[in-house]
Design a protein around this ligand. Structure first.
Ligand SMILES: Nc1ncnc2c1ncn2[C@@H]1O[C@H](COP(=O)(O)OP(=O)(O)OP(=O)(O)O)[C@@H](O)[C@H]1O
Length: 269
């Protein structure tokens, strides 16, 4: 679903990030419309996660301009907490490994309630009921609210991470290899869930992936990165059907056929 009723939610112009001698991101520009899904694809080390981290304000660009929901992000080292909360309501992220970003000791219900408490004044009863609704909206039952992350499957944990991100009602959700560690059938369930969420809410996705088969399913437009630079970008279907660049053709050729299972990339917990 593409909707531009709310205009442009992300506008990146000439983003650059250097780590020591290494140029991780170089002159990267793109826009994302309200409710749109932009995929950022490329092999490992191409700079995708660094772009994600700049979108979230976790890294400051060394050059370029980033406008989120109409407000230009000043590249400040210290962001006051009220400003951080406002930014969080604009853009949220779900990582590849939700286990690493969830508090192991917290009940799943509390994970979502904590996000709600941080952003919206409400009573404990209201928070509990909203958390139950959010967990239901990602396909988890109320009994899951009582469990801790270790008691859930990988797919269920990813659902919790999505519910926590949605609790804040962001305009943009960045999904950084969010289905890469899941088995193919669970991957398909999470992709369907993400598509449903986009049908129900006007939320834009930046879907970061090395997997063109997945990107083809979920995104409206795709941007291909190599060695920190944009190789090409355009509507996903056209770009994958008729890539202009040899690099995109190579990535496309690497798309696995039926029966292929994704390699688990990290098992950090
Ligand atoms: N904090 C850092 N310090 C030094 N170098 C970094 C840092 N973060 C990223 N890099 C380097 O920047 C380049 C881009 O990394 P990045 O993680 O953005 O790529 P990626 O496309 O997301 O790859 P992957 O999918 O493997 O995470 C790589 O060469 C990486 O080693």
């Amino acid at each position: 679903m593409v909707s531009d009723s709310g205009g442009t939610v992300l506008d990146a112009v000439g983003l650059r990030k250097v780590f020591g001698e290494a140029v991780a991101v170089d002159d990267v520009s793109f826009t994302v419309g309200a409710g749109e899904c932009l995929a950022i694809v490329g092999e490992s080390g191409s700079g995708k996660s660094t772009v994600a981290r700049m979108l979230l304000g976790l890294e400051a660009p060394d050059a370029g301009r980033l406008t989120v929901c109409g407000r230009e992000r000043a590249a400040r080292r210290r962001v006051p907490s009220a400003e951080r909360r406002r930014r969080a309501r604009e853009i949220q992220i779900v990582f590849q490994d939700p286990y690493a970003s969830l508090d192991r000791l917290q009940r799943v219900g509390d994970v979502v309630e904590t996000a709600l408490a941080l952003h919206f004044p409400s009573s404990a009863a209201e928070r509990r009921s909203r958390a139950t609704e959010l967990l239901e909206s990602v396909g988890l039952a109320s009994r899951h609210a009582e469990l801790r992350p270790a008691q859930l499957s990988g797919g269920q944990r990813q659902r919790v991470a999505i519910a926590r991100a949605l609790a804040v009602e962001p305009r943009v959700l960045v999904l950084d290899e969010a289905v890469a560690a899941l088995d193919v059938s669970i991957q398909a369930q999470i992709l369907n869930l993400l598509a449903d969420i986009r049908e129900r809410r006007e939320i834009a996705y930046v879907f970061i992936s090395h997997d063109l088969a997945v990107v083809r399913q979920i995104s409206d437009r795709a941007l291909v990165m190599r060695a920190g630079r944009v190789v090409e970008q355009g509507p996903t279907e056209g770009l994958l059907a008729n890539p202009r660049e040899e690099y995109t053709r190579q990535l496309r050729a690497a798309v696995p056929g039926p029966g292929w299972r994704p390699a688990r990339r990290t098992s950090a917990v």
